[in-house]
Design a protein around this ligand. Structure first.
Ligand code: PBG
Length: 328
C-alpha cells in the first residue's frame, strides 16, 4: 500500500460524487443557434457543413419551433443574398423588406420571447465579399462603412431584433451603432460585440454557405492576427467604453486562451463562437465514424465554457441541447 494522504480519485469514485464536484456546467441556456436563411423555399443542404442547411422562411419557422422544443431559446440569423441584390455599398443590408427583417418579423410575431440575434456586417450583401466598403484602390473604408452599419442595425432593430452583433471589425462601430440605436429610441436593444474576431481559416464553410468569400484579397486589415492575444485587450477596452453589453471571441476552440484572457479582464458577459470550420471538423470526423459525435461535441462545448465563455454560438446548439437532456 502506498502511504498517500491525498487521493484525488476519491472525488471521482461514482457518478453522484462527480456530478456534485463538477466545476463547469453546460446547458441549452448557454447556446445561441446560428441559422442560415435564403429567399427561396425549403432546405438547401450545405456541402461543407453536413447536417446544416440554408432555410427558406417556412423551414426556418419549423427549425426554430423544434429548437425551442429542445430547449434552445436564442438564434442568430445569416442571410444568403441573391447575387443580383449585392452591391459595392451593400444597400440591401438595410432594406426593410430584405430577407433578415422579414425573418425577424415572422419569428417575433410567432414567439415574442424568442431571443433574435442579428449579424451586422456587409459581407453577405457586398459584391466584393468584404465586411466593409472597398475603395477603388482596394482599401476597406472604415468610417464610410460604419455609417452603413448603423443603418443596417437600425433596420434590424425596427424589425424587432433583440441583440445586434456587429461582426465587421471596423473601428468605432460599437459606439456609432449604440448612438444610432439610442437616438431612435432603441435603448433596450443589446449589443454583442465581436470584440476579438480573428482573420481565421475556420470561416471557410460559412463563406461556402453564403457564397460570401472575399472576391479579392483577405480580411487581415480588419480582422485580428491569430498570433495576437494582448491586442484583444485593446479591443475589449474600446468595446466596453463604446457601450457593448457582451463581448465575443471568435473562433472559440483555437482561441481558448483568448477567451480566458477576456474573461479575466472584463465584468461583461463573454460569448464565444464555435465557427463553421470547427463544426465541419467535428461533423466530418463523426460522419466517418472517427469520433463519437455526441461525446466529442459536448466536450468541445464544455471546454469553451471552462475557458470562461458564458454564451456559446454553435451550429450544434439544437443537437447538443437534445444530448444534454438524454444525459439526465
Ligand atoms: C460575417 C461573419 C463571418 C462569420 C460570422 N459573421 C464570416 C467572416 O467574417 O468572414 C463566420 C462564422 C462561421 O464561420 O461560422 N462578417
Amino acid at each position: 500500500m502506498l502511504d498517500l494522504i491525498e487521493r484525488p480519485r476519491r472525488n471521482r469514485r461514482n457518478r453522484w460524487t462527480r456530478d456534485m464536484m463538477r466545476e463547469t456546467r453546460l446547458g441549452p441556456e448557454h447556446f445561441i443557434y446560428p441559422l442560415f436563411i435564403h429567399a427561396g423555399k425549403g432546405r438547401q443542404p450545405i456541402g461543407s457543413m453536413p447536417g446544416c442547411a440554408r432555410l427558406g422562411l417556412d423551414a426556418l419557422m419549423r427549425e426554430v419551433e423544434g429548437a425551442r422544443g429542445d430547449g434552445v431559446g436564442a438564434v442568430v440569423l445569416f442571410p444568403a443574398v441573391e447575387e443580383a441584390l449585392k452591391s459595392s455599398t451593400g444597400e440591401e443590408s438595410h432594406n426593410p423588406q430584405g430577407l433578415v427583417p422579414r425573418a425577424i418579423r415572422r419569428l417575433k410575431a410567432e414567439w415574442p420571447d424568442l431571443v433574435v440575434v442579428t449579424d451586422v456586417a456587409l459581407d453577405p450583401y457586398s459584391s466584393d465579399g468584404h465586411d466593409g466598403i472597398v475603395s477603388p484602390e482596394g482599401r476597406i473604408l472604415n468610417d464610410e462603412t460604419v455609417a452603413v452599419l448603423v443603418q443596417q442595425a437600425l433596420c434590424q432593430a425596427e424589425a424587432g431584433a433583440d441583440i445586434i452583433a456587429p461582426s465587421d471589425m471596423m473601428d468605432g462601430r460599437i459606439g456609432a451603432i449604440r448612438a444610432g440605436l439610442d437616438g431612435a429610441g432603441f435603448t433596450e436593444v443589446q449589443l454583442m460585440a465581436y470584440t476579438a474576431k480573428y482573420a481565421s481559416a475556420f470561416y471557410g464553410p460559412f463563406r461556402d454557405a453564403l457564397d460570401s468569400a472575399p472576391r479579392f484579397g483577405d480580411k487581415k486589415t480588419y480582422q485580428m492576427d491569430p498570433a495576437n492575444a494582448r491586442e484583444a485587450l485593446r479591443e475589449v477596452a474600446l468595446d466596453e467604453s463604446e457601450g457593448a453589453d457582451m463581448l465575443m471571441v471568435k473562433p472559440a476552440g483555437p482561441f481558448l486562451d483568448v477567451i480566458r484572457l477576456v474573461r479575466e479582464s472584463t465584468a461583461l458577459p463573454v460569448a464565444a463562437y464555435q465557427v463553421s470550420g470547427e463544426y465541419a471538423m467535428l461533423a466530418a470526423a463523426a460522419q466517418n465514424g472517427w469520433l463519437d459525435e455526441k461525446k466529442a461535441v459536448l466536450e468541445s462545448l464544455l471546454g469553451i465554457r471552462r475557458a470562461g465563455a458564458d454564451v456559446i454560438l454553435t451550429y450544434f446548439a439544437r443537437r447538443a441541447a437534445r444530448w444534454l437532456k438524454e444525459n439526465h
